[in-house]
Structures are given as structure tokens and as C-alpha cells.
Design a protein around this ligand. Sequence first.
Ligand code: HEC
Ligand code: HEC
Length: 496
Amino acid sequence: MSRRTFRVLALLALVVVGAGGVWAVVSITTDRPVTYEPIEDHFKYGSIGSEPGGRLLSPIGGALPPYWIFTALPSICSDRLPNGYATFGFITEEGHDLPIGVSRRRRLGIDQVGLNCAVCHTGTVRETPDAPPEIVLGMPANRLDLQAFVRFVLECSLDNRVTAEAVIGRLPEENGPSQFERLLLRFGFIGRLKSTTLNLRNRIAPVILGDDVPAWGRGRVDTFNPYKSVQFNWDLTALPPDELIGASDYPSIWNQQPREGMHLHWDGDNDSVDERNLSAALGAGVTPVTVDHDNLRRVREWIWTLPAPRYPYQVDQALAARGEPLYQQLCATCHADHRFRDGVVSGARVGQVEAIETIGTDPYRLNSYTPAFAANQYALYPDSPYRFSHFRKTNGYANHPLDGIWLRAPYLHNGSVPTMRALLEPPESRPVTFYRGYDVYDQVNLGFVSDVAAADGQVFTLYDTRVPGNASTGHVYGTTLPDDDKRAIVEYLKTF
Ligand code: HEC
Ligand code: HEC
């Protein structure tokens, strides 16, 4: 070989190796969510940036292991979870390997999964037990037991049966992970996963594991306590035990436009729609580093005008017409009326906060949001245009508009009253215990069927109003009316 040929070959080799290196670096540093053109699909399956980023496994997204492990866990720990993730009330659809509310994104060369808005803000409803569930986007996730899900993921990830071999043995023949991911799986990744998971588990244990704090059950999440530990790094064991109780019902998120400027969240702690969206994203596991503002904006613009679904069953129009003046007299000042779905904000106190002494409902959720927490929220994006400036500590619960209220049962911020008819009973006559998590509709009482313990392979939550944080006290409006009048108000509320 002449010296010249050698030089050319050497140069060529360098170029090839260099290009390979560049390719490897590019593919590992690429941040690529799976994208969905239709907004409904983006809402259900798209990424808002909650997948782990920054470090190989951030403690936040660390609650959810990477895609290939996430999809293998139910089969590895099948004794804990015989029917897969659907057991927790996740909604699954034909043609999708992940449930609604779980997104996929490639970061740092690894396929990650994260949660998006739909996991807590999509539910199902049906007329009869035999009918197929109808998926309603934007309604509360009435079936989801997020706490049981997180417990499973933490416990199974730490299970001795989760090994590189067990995961690799479950990879699909086609469309499996990249060579890079296979290498990681073989060399040390599972060990890392376990140590990050253990770290996260120990931090959020006081509010997620164990029985010190009453279980959230289906349809609820503690809005702020996990956030205190995961986002702000607080030591939960140093907080007063009562502050760690704060389970809240999932609200609906449709029709946001007329809500701008109202003091919402259950305790009315924020009057900006954008900040409520962003803080919700943080709750889903997004961090200031990973947040995907463009994808978040798509959701924001869509829920701005997303209509509240109309009540699809029979309405007795005459009875509803009798209920309207009663409602106008007893309720409309605080809640607006049936025209709110069209943007008409009637009622002087809508979107204002009712002091806890007046409203008299359970105080735990209110108390779990503290002035110290608010101060930490302000420090979160100090130099960014997204910096929070609208949060505040309040002294009560907010007067929410009631559009699409038929789908928002059980009622009150802690979901302690199963139906509208029960809410119109005096507190001492409301159900002491009931089940939540079923999606069959109760047309008489306006709410979901709440006397069935299990169905379709799912065990529902036995909700006990005597447990701290679960009280169904207060909100006594309309409770002394004759039965006929109560039925009339319930009928009128079907037109919301
Ligand atoms: C982990 C579950 C969860 C996820 C994920 C989630 N939310 Fe929520 N969201 C809630 C809960 C619970 C509340 C009520 C908070 C409270 O006041 O305690 C809420 C409240 C809201 C509200 C205010 C509703 C009102 O009328 O008071 C909006 C708007 C909202 N979320 C939008 C979003 C958006 C947009 C996303 C995605 C970026 C999202 N949420 C993700 C659970 C979630
Ligand atoms: C003085 C203001 C006020 C009046 C009057 C009032 N409410 Fe309320 N309402 C509230 C507040 C505040 C809450 C939130 C309480 C909580 O969640 O702890 C609430 C909650 C509700 C909820 C639960 C909403 C949800 O998403 O779970 C319904 C339903 C409701 N009210 C219906 C009515 C009806 C019907 C009337 C009239 C008979 C009425 N309210 C009168 C202030 C009022």
C-alpha cells in the first residue's frame, strides 16, 4: 500500500468513526416525543414533558421506569397485578399499547414513559352494566386509583424478580429497544433504576405507602403533598401529620375560557388558567427542565373551548322548569346557571372563595396548601416568563361553575357525596359509606352507581366518610326543601 493510499484510507476510517460517534451522540441526545396530529390523540397519548430528563433517571419520572421496563412489570409481577394496568382503572383503547394518559418520549437515547393531563382528566360513563364504556375527555378520571398504581410500580420495580434477564426475556421480537438501550439494560441500568426508585419511595412513603394517611382510592389524588416531597424536596416526616391528608377529587377541565380570572382549584388558590395548567403539569411530573411548553399550549388551547358534554339521557322538562327558579334563588349566586356552558357568567359570587366557617365542608384539603408551600411555588421558575405569580393561601373553598356537573360526581372537593340528590340531604342523612369507581350512571340521583362493590374485574373503593379528610359535612343549601323541590333541582341540573 502506498503511503498516499494509506492516508486516504486512514482519513476515511476517521470520517466513518467520527460520523458514527456523531450519530450516536445525536441519537442519544435527541429529545423526541411521539407526536399526534389530532388534538384528541395528543391529549390522550401525547407528551407534555413529564418523562424523566436531565439525568438518566430523574427521581420525579423515576416513579415510572423506562418504556421497556414499564411494559414488562405487569407480567413480571403478575401475582400482584393479574389483569394488567387496567386493574387501576386506566382506560385502554384498541391499537394503543399504553393506556390513555401515559405518553412515550425518547430522551437520552431511552424510550421513557410519563403521565399527561388525560390520566386524571378523562373518565368513562355508560347507561347500563352491559353497555360499552363511553370515553369522555376532560371529565374527572372517575375510575383511576393513582395511588395503587404508584404503589405497584414502586414495589414491583424493587422486586427481586425484576432483573435484566427478566426484562430482556420479555422484549418483543419486532420493534424492540435500540442497541443502546439493550446495552444499558445489560450493564447496570436495572441497578440504577432500583436505587433511584428506592430513593423516591423513601421520600414519598409517608403519603403514598403505609396506612398513616387514609388511602385516596379511585377518583382522587393528593394534589400538593407528593409535590412537596418530589418537587421541593421537603422531608414529609417533619410536617404536622394532619397536613399530609389532602386527597382531592379530580375536577373537569372543559370550558376554561369563562373561568379565566376566577379563583379556582378546590380552595380557589389561583385565578389564572395558565398557571393552573402549568402547576398541573408539575403535578404530573414535569420539571422546569423537561416541561414542553409547545405541547402544553396545544392542550391549553383545546380545553379553552372544549364543550361540557350534555346529559344524554331522558330529562323531564316540566320538572326541570320547576327546578330552575328554586336553583336561581338558592344556588345561582355562587354557581352560575345552565348558561355557563355558553359563557354566560351570572351570579355575583361565582369563582370566589367561601370561608370554611360558612361552607363547613371537610377542612383537610384546604389546610394541606400552606403559606410555606405557596412561597416555594413562587421560587420555582425565578428567571422565567412562566414564573408563578397568582397562587395564594385562602381561607375556604371556591364556588365553581357547574357545567357538565352530571359527570363530575361524586361531589364536593373530597368526593364525599356520591350523588346530587344526596348533596341535597342534610349532612347527617348523607351516606356514611359508599363505593366509588363504577362508571354506570344513576339517572335518578344524578351520579354514578355507588352501591356496587366490584364489577368487570375491578374492585371499587369503599369510601368511608368517618375517616379524616373524608367528611361529608357542610354545604347545607337546599337541604331543608321538600322532596319534590329537591327532585326538581336535580332535574334542572341535568340541563347544565
Ligand atoms: C395527577 C393527576 C392530574 C394530572 C396529571 C393533571 N391534573 Fe389537573 N387537576 C388535578 C386535580 C386533583 C385538580 C384539583 C386540584 C385541587 O384544587 O386540589 C386539578 C385541577 C386542574 C385545573 C383547575 C380546575 C378547576 O376548575 O379548578 C385545571 C385547569 C387542570 N387541572 C388542568 C390540567 C392540565 C392542563 C393538565 C396537564 C398539563 C393536568 N391538569 C394534569 C389532577 C391532575
Ligand atoms: C354561598 C355559596 C354557595 C351556595 C349558595 C351554594 N353552593 Fe354549592 N358549593 C359552594 C362551595 C364553596 C362548594 C365547594 C365546597 C367543597 O368542595 O368543599 C360547592 C360545591 C357544590 C357542588 C359540588 C361541585 C363538584 O364539582 O363536586 C355542587 C354540585 C353544588 N355545590 C351544588 C349546589 C346547589 C344545587 C346549590 C343550591 C341548592 C348550591 N350548591 C348552593 C358554594 C355554594
